[in-house]
Design a protein around this ligand. Structure first.
Ligand SMILES: [Zn+2]
Length: 120
């Protein structure tokens, strides 16, 4: 699939997702990590800082970004109010855990600005 242009809103959401999964992985997982890359878009355009993730987190983030780019709603509603519910099963419990953990982490570190629209 060719890389496509994304909207400002998509960029924001994707940036937040990357930050959240990045923090979660950094604080919880040890072991081998690789810089995250995503075939559908140029992530350096969105997040200049490289995000290093373990395999599991890379899979979760890939899923999250794919679903975000496929989101049929414009504007995207809050995930928990959405009827589409793109996260299922393991992905759903995992992304919740990530959001909760990184959400708390950001509150503790004064980054509340990133939070308000982004709870799954
Ligand atoms: Zn991880």
């Amino acid at each position: 699939m060719a890389k496509r242009r994304i909207s400002k809103k998509e960029k924001e959401d994707i940036g937040v997702l990357m930050k959240f999964v990045g923090i979660y992985c950094r604080e919880n997982h040890e072991g081998e990590k690789a810089p995250f890359s995503f075939k559908l878009l140029n992530i350096q355009e969105i997040e200049e800082k490289e995000v290093s993730l373990c395999q599991d987190c890379a899979r979760l983030l890939t899923y999250g970004l794919t679903m975000r780019m496929k989101c049929p709603h414009d504007p995207k509603p809050m995930c928990k109010k959405c009827e589409t519910q793109c996260y299922h099963g393991d992905y759903k419990s995992k992304i919740r855990e990530v959001m909760k953990f990184s959400g708390m982490y950001m509150v503790k570190h004064g980054r509340v600005d990133l939070l308000y629209h982004y709870f799954v």
